[in-house]
Design a protein. Sequence first.
Length: 56
Amino acid sequence: MKSVRKALRDGTLEKDTYERLNCAECKKTLKTKNDPDEVGTVRVCPDCGGEWKEIR
């Protein structure tokens, strides 16, 4: 699982005008999947199922 920061640099993810993260393939806004045992959040594309880890 790649990080959100690396995916933005690679072009796998994009930000729209409202700073939301979008999958570059599907053009869909990413959903958030939280796990209480994890540090950070996991961002998931609802269409292709791609997952990226976001650490703040």
